[in-house]
Structures are given as structure tokens and as C-alpha cells.
Design a protein around this ligand. Structure first.
Ligand code: UN1
Length: 495
């Protein structure tokens, strides 16, 4: 019998009130059931929000450096358990071990960053315009945060939200993706072991439609941090507006790597292979377009196809594997449908383009790493996020045209330029419309202490990560202290 897991509300492990569960399966072998997880609903969210609200009144009073001390312990425990968590995560969501280790490491980095932020949380002191008067602006916590996270980074992304939220003095209702409930459970167990008080972090498993929606519409939830698809992000934005919640959205991308004719082609090749097929292309920052200068087009395509065909698909727990499965059947179907769309649009399929189900791959959601050549910038496979191992290659004649093509989508998350020309590098940094620009680095691989997020329809202007996320999780309070002993009227008595 597979192990049964529970929600975590107010310091107790509890079943969903419905009593229902659903099976979470290994995407590399669907016979392997990772566990049974609660199918929760609005009534479970009501309990979780009640606990988070009540606990907030105590938690916000704990000094931030003391909250930071607990975050340091969380980091230490993640270090201690890194290898086990990485194995469990690969089994749960399929990406290869090196990558799941990196995912845990990103959580560790985020924990230690948050720990030190407990001794900063800087505000501003400014002079008052009146004599014998003091003025400052301080950061204060906001209340209850709903954190709704995706399955592609089951450790890193929850930590990006939860750690700064609680360090800032907020409490949390956490709904992880229904494809990765096990990693989320482990994260919560570690937080409890490190000494996070009961009720500060509440975990509720279940489907986005029920559980996610109940969080977003709950009048006692003050803010929502969501990472996922643009479609759901827009829905959340609409639903949250009824109670004027603060919402941070980290959504889709159609990230491109430009390779100019003066680039180090071997370096650019390593970059695009990693950016396009790492995590099976299932990153919001994945390279899904390659914009290739015509002078190197044929040569680079030959190198690229040769290396892509050598990528080994399989269970990410085996050290020889390069690329794991798609997360589930529905995702693989989307990938397959985009390949059909690309063919119908007249793009040239140069490798892959089929489900991979031979031998060991028979019971997993595998799809061959796929490349389309001669893609036109307006084709759907060059415009829409696919979230799978599909790369669209677009030919360009100039640097200026390449930047125009790169900017020519509704998204603006990550971007990359390979060139040896420093002038072009700086022009690209200025002109590319994206939240992240890499020079001679692929579109994936952001570091945890820098702001992470995008422009245009990738988000709504907030950033996850680094110092910037603390702006989302705190409110500014301006404070004036008059020690003159008399009424002093600003703008009036001094002019
Ligand atoms: C994502 O793309 O979904 O920048 C998150 C990276 C990782 C996080 C990616 N540190 O590739």
C-alpha cells in the first residue's frame, strides 16, 4: 500500500475534511506511486487561514533576527538532507539528480539569505522639514500570505516565497503543485524541525481549481504569491481584485538565445543545449527560441542536431541520463500538439518530434528532444510557451533584427546573447525587454540573491528573490516623532 500523507494545519497533520486522496506518481514510471495526498477544499483552507491569522499576532512580534535564526536552522537542515531530498524530488517530478540537487541548493541559498535579512530589513531615516522632529519609514509585516507554487522547482520556488514571507513577520498558507506534494511535505517537516512555531506555515494539498481558488478569494488572506501559467495568473489577478489583495505573479516566458556570427560557437552550443533541454524544457526560463545569425546558421545547426541526438532520455536517478520525462500525460500531450502545429505551420522538423516509449521509457511521459529549423518569428511555435523539450530556431541577418525578434512576443522573462563584441553586449543589455539578460550564459541559471521576474505579460511588476522580494512581503509605514513640545504644522508653519 502506498504511504498516505496529510495536510499540516496549526501544527497538526490532518486529513482533508473530504477524506479523499489522490495518488502522486513518478513521471518516469507511472506504476511507481510516490504517495497518496489529500484532496482538500475550501473548508480546509478556512481552517488554515484561521490558524495563520491567529498566529500572525504572535509571530509578527518576534524580533526579525530571531526569526532569522530559525531560517538559518532550516538552511542547515536542508544541507544535511540535500541528497535524500534530491532523490525524492527526482522520483516525484523527473528531472535528473544534478538538477534536483541544484533545486535544493537554491532553497539553502534562499534560507541563508533570509536569515541574514533578519538583521537588515532596512528602512529609511530622513530629515524632517520642521525643527525638533524626527522622520523615518519602517517596514512592517502585512499578515497572511497565500503561496501557490509550480512543480518544476518543487523546493526552490516554495522557498523563494515562504522564507521571505515569514522572515518579514507574515504567516503562510502554502499550496504546492499537485504534481509535487511530497517535496512540499518534506520542506514543511524541516521547517517544523527547525523550530517554526505551530500555525506560522500551513500546508494544504489539492487542486488549483479548488484549493488555490479558495486561497485567492479568501477575505482574510492579504497577499498572493503565484508562480505558474499566464492563463491562471490572469485568473488570479481577476479573482484577487475583489478583496484588493496584493498579488505577485511570475508567469510564462518565450525566452530566446541569440547567437551572433562572432560568438564562441562551442560555448553557445553548450548553452543552448542546457537552456533548451535542461529540466526537459520545463522551466519558465527555458530557451525555447534560438535566434541564429545566417553566417553561422548551417554550421551551428549541424553541431546542434548532432549533440541533441546524443542526449540520453530516461529515469533521472541514473547518472548517465541527460533528460527526464515530461511531468505528466497532459503536459506531454501539449508538447505533442505543438509539434503538430509547427509542422502544419511549415517549420522544418530537424530532430525529435515524437513520443519516446521504447524499452525502459515505456511507462514514463518521455518526449524526444525536438528542434524546428527555419521558424518564422510569427509562427505559434515561436510565440507561445510550450513548456517542453522543443526548440524553435529562427534565422537572422543582423544584430538589430535579432533584438527585434527577441522582443517580439508578449513575454519578457529571460534572454541571452552570445557574442564577443562588448559594444553589442551593452546595447543588448539596454534594448532587450526582459527581466533577466545573460551575456554568454544560457537563459536558465538565475542565482537566488538577485531579483527574479519578467516584464510584459510574464508578470505584474513584482520580483521574486534577492532584496526585491522583501518589498512585496512588507508594507511601508512612515513615522513622525515631534519632540518640540508644540504643534508644528508641516507645509504651513515653516513656510
Ligand atoms: C523557472 O524557470 O521556472 O534560473 C525557475 C533558473 C532557476 C530557477 C528557474 N534558478 O533557471
Amino acid at each position: 500500500m502506498p504511504q498516505k500523507f496529510q495536510n499540516f494545519i496549526n501544527g497538526q497533520w490532518v486529513d482533508a475534511k473530504s477524506g479523499k486522496t489522490s495518488a502522486n506518481r513518478n513521471p518516469a514510471n507511472w506504476d511507481d506511486i510516490v504517495g497518496l495526498f489529500p484532496k482538500s477544499g475550501k473548508e480546509d483552507i478556512d481552517e488554515a487561514v484561521k490558524a495563520a491569522r491567529a498566529t500572525y499576532e504572535k509571530w509578527r512580534l518576534m524580533p526579525a533576527p530571531a526569526r532569522g535564526d530559525i531560517l538559518r536552522k532550516i538552511g542547515d537542515l536542508l544541507v544535511k538532507n540535500k541528497e535524500d531530498i534530491a532523490h525524492e524530488m527526482t522520483r516525484e517530478m523527473g528531472k535528473v539528480l544534478d538538477e534536483t540537487r541544484g533545486d535544493v541548493q537554491e532553497g539553502i541559498d534562499t534560507a541563508y539569505y533570509a536569515a541574514t535579512e533578519g538583521r537588515r530589513l532596512f528602512g529609511h531615516t530622513v530629515p524632517s522639514e520642521l525643527p525638533n522632529k524626527f522622520a523615518m519609514a519602517i517596514r512592517v509585516p502585512i499578515g497572511v500570505a497565500g503561496i501557490i507554487t509550480p512543480w518544476n522547482f518543487p523546493m526552490a520556488i516554495p522557498t523563494w516565497g515562504i522564507f521571505p514571507a515569514i522572515l518579514s513577520g507574515n504567516t503562510v498558507v502554502f499550496k504546492p503543485a499537485s504534481d509535487t506534494p511530497k517535496t512540499a511535505t518534506t520542506l514543511v517537516q524541516i521547517m517544523m524541525e527547525a523550530g517554526i512555531p505551530e500555525g506560522v506555515v500551513n500546508l494544504v494539498h489539492g487542486a488549483g481549481g479548488e484549493v488555490g481558488n479558495a486561497i485567492v478569494t479568501h477575505p482574510d488572506v492579504d497577499m498572493i504569491l503565484f508562480t505558474g501559467s499566464s492563463e491562471i495568473g490572469k485568473q488570479i489577478s481577476r479573482d484577487a481584485s475583489a478583496t484588493l489583495k496584493r498579488v505577485s505573479l511570475e508567469l510564462g516566458g518565450k525566452n530566446a538565445q541569440i547567437v551572433m556570427d562572432d560568438a564562441d560557437l562551442e560555448l553557445a552550443l553548450d548553452g543552448v543545449l542546457w537552456g533548451a533541454f535542461g529540466t526537459t524544457g520545463q522551466r519558465c526560463t527555458a530557451t525555447s527560441r534560438l535566434i541564429l545569425h545566417e553566417n553561422v546558421y548551417e554550421k551551428f545547426m549541424e553541431m546542434l542536431v548532432e549533440r541533441t541526438k546524443r542526449l540520453k532520455l530516461g529515469d533521472g536517478l541514473h547518472p548517465t541520463i541527460d533528460v527526464g520525462p515530461c511531468i505528466n500525460e497532459a503536459q506531454r500531450r501539449i508538447v505533442q500538439s505543438y509539434v503538430e502545429i509547427g509542422k502544419n505551420e511549415g517549420a522544418q522538423l530537424v530532430c525529435g518530434g515524437a513520443i519516446a516509449n521504447q524499452g525502459d521509457l515505456a511507462k514514463g511521459w518521455f518526449y524526444e528532444p525536438t528542434i524546428f529549423g527555419n521558424v518564422k518569428p510569427t509562427m505559434r511555435i515561436a510565440q507561445e510557451e510550450i513548456f517542453g523539450p522543443v526548440l524553435s530556431v529562427i534565422r537572422t541577418t543582423s544584430f538589430e533584427e535579432a533584438i527585434g525578434i527577441l522582443n517580439g512576443t508578449i513575454y519578457g522573462l529571460s534572454s541571452s546573447l552570445y557574442t564577443r563584441d562588448v559594444n553589442r553586449a551593452f546595447a543588448a543589455i539596454r534594448d532587450i525587454q526582459a527581466g533577466i539578460t545573460y551575456i554568454n550564459v544560457p537563459t536558465i541559471g538565475a542565482e537566488a540573491h538577485l531579483p527574479f521576474g519578467g516584464v510584459k505579460q510574464t508578470g505584474n511588476g513584482h520580483r521574486e528573490g534577492g532584496w526585491a522580494v522583501y518589498d512585496f512581503f512588507t508594507e511601508w509605514k512612515s513615522v513622525y516623532i515631534d519632540y518640540s513640545g508644540r504643534l508644528q504644522r508641516a507645509q504651513i508653519d515653516n513656510y
